[in-house]
Design a protein around this ligand. Structure first.
Ligand SMILES: O=P(O)(O)OC[C@H]1O[C@](O)(CO)[C@@H](O)[C@@H]1O
Length: 435
């Protein structure tokens, strides 16, 4: 339907004037085509690592990916996934719940979050069903290239930070530096491979020097509240949870922020939550974290390798941990967590602050509805309050809440597609709400 998404309704590609529609119509087919191209291009490399059998299985995999692409383009119904993997029941049950008298939802008539997550889950299912490629991460080469292509900027950043983080010489008061790091971290979220449809951008220049210019692009800024939460002398927990988004450039800034928290006694432990499967192209998995630390540690630039060594130590002595949880790759928003994965909800409740990274986490936090942009954050969280939480997100789709009255209209007047490219950033905070 050539309509905008009605107020408070879930985003759905059914409404043509939505980013959900654009994603299903344009972005997903491009992403899938690129994926196939990458597999073909890297065939020899894959066979040399996974054995001869992988060559035959790659043909099957490519056929299956093409089938998904065809099904999306022809708006077929999503189908039950046949697998004994533990999360599949969640997918199938949720899918069944979306069925109407016309049958199962189709790609263009389905809750957007479900349709998009389902595609990434199906991709993983294809690999899980092979004998030789079960452990192959179909996005691995892109993620690795993304780190290599941002190393110039990382070198700049390491040099700028070395005094502050390594020699403990205060360039700025602790609070100011913390807020700088929050903002650098926010802009690191611009570098995600699903918004560029899998194309790796070369990142150059000193990220610190650009911070001031970007200030006016932050459309909601609760940095002060986040500082109050993190520096609260009455806090009983010294754990900070970071629900990660992208590997490579963004993950580098997650490490910088986490390091700063430890060095300034703002946290004694940081838990990094990764994805348990290849997800939205560039999302970080355990392997990406380990690979990235290794690359930084052995880098020829002395500043980069110093940070790499320090961060490696944090993992080795347990002050940083990598946490793998299934919930992050469910097709569900976070209001389901308390009921469906109470253990994870209680684990998050141990944290002084939970930092949610990126656009997809934002969609899941706020239930992916077309909220009135001035809807209070607390309301849009729909009961998800394990602890104090914040989001660092560059805006890559239409869902927003907690904004000042009239702001979206001003942005729309400048550019109707203001929310699609990650040009704008949001730093939002919500206190823990006792329930
Ligand atoms: O890496 P991030 O910031 O979660 O962004 C990825 C998201 O952005 C989008 O490109 C647009 O919302 C989605 O496909 C995906 O949810």
């Amino acid at each position: 339907m050539d309509l905008v998404t009605p107020r408070n309704v879930h985003y759905n590609a059914f409404y043509k004037r939505s980013f959900a529609y654009y994603t299903m119509k344009e972005r997903i087919p491009v992403i899938l085509t690129q994926l196939i191209d990458n597999l073909v291009r890297n065939k020899d490399k894959i066979i040399s690592e996974y054995g001869q059998g992988a060559g035959e299985e790659l043909k099957i995999v490519i056929g299956e990916i093409s089938k998904i692409k065809y099904e999306v383009q022809t708006n077929k119904p999503l189908q039950e996934i046949v697998s004994s993997a533990p999360d599949i029941k969640i997918y199938n049950d949720y899918l069944a719940k979306q069925a109407t008298d016309d049958g199962w939802p189709t790609y263009f008539n389905c809750v957007w979050l479900l349709a998009e997550c389902y595609i990434y889950r199906k991709l993983y299912d294809i690999f899980e069903k092979t004998n030789t490629l079960k452990d192959f991460d179909l996005f691995r080469y892109q993620k690795e290239l993304a780190l290599i292509d941002s190393i110039d900027s990382i070198i700049f950043m390491c040099k700028s930070l070395s005094d502050m983080l390594l020699n403990e010489k205060a360039l700025y008061p602790v609070k100011d530096m913390f807020i700088h790091l929050l903002k650098l971290n926010l802009w690191g979220n611009r570098q995600d491979l699903s918004i560029t449809n899998g194309v790796v951008n070369h990142v150059t220049g000193d990220p610190m020097s650009n911070l001031e210019n970007l200030e006016s692009y932050i459309i909601s800024d609760h940095s002060e509240d986040i500082w109050s939460a993190i520096s609260d002398p009455a806090a009983t927990s010294q754990i900070v949870d970071i629900v990660l988004d992208n590997a490579a450039y963004e993950l580098y800034f997650d490490f910088c922020l986490a390091d700063y928290l430890l060095k300034n006694n703002l946290a004694s432990k940081v838990r990094f939550y990764v994805k348990n499967m290849p997800w939205f192209i560039s999302d970080a998995m355990t392997r990406d974290v380990n690979w990235q630390i290794k690359q930084l540690r052995k880098h020829s630039n002395k500043y980069v390798s110093l940070f790499g060594q320090q961060w490696d130590k944090h993992f080795k002595d347990g002050s940083w941990t990598v946490e793998v949880e299934d919930f992050w790759t469910y097709p569900l928003d976070y209001s389901y967590m308390k009921c469906l994965d109470n253990k994870l909800y209680r684990k998050l409740a141990e944290a002084k602050l939970i930092i949610f990274k990126g656009d997809l986490n934002y969609r899941k936090l706020f239930g992916e509805r077309n909220w009135d942009p001035i809807t209070p954050i607390e309301k849009a969280l729909q009961g998800f309050h394990p602890s104090k939480l914040c989001t660092l997100r560059t805006v890559k789709c239409d869902i927003v809440c907690g904004l000042r009255d009239g702001l979206v209209e001003e942005l729309e007047a400048k550019n109707a597609q203001w929310s699609y490219k990650g040009d704008y950033g949001m730093i939002q905070f919500c206190e823990k709400v006792e329930q």
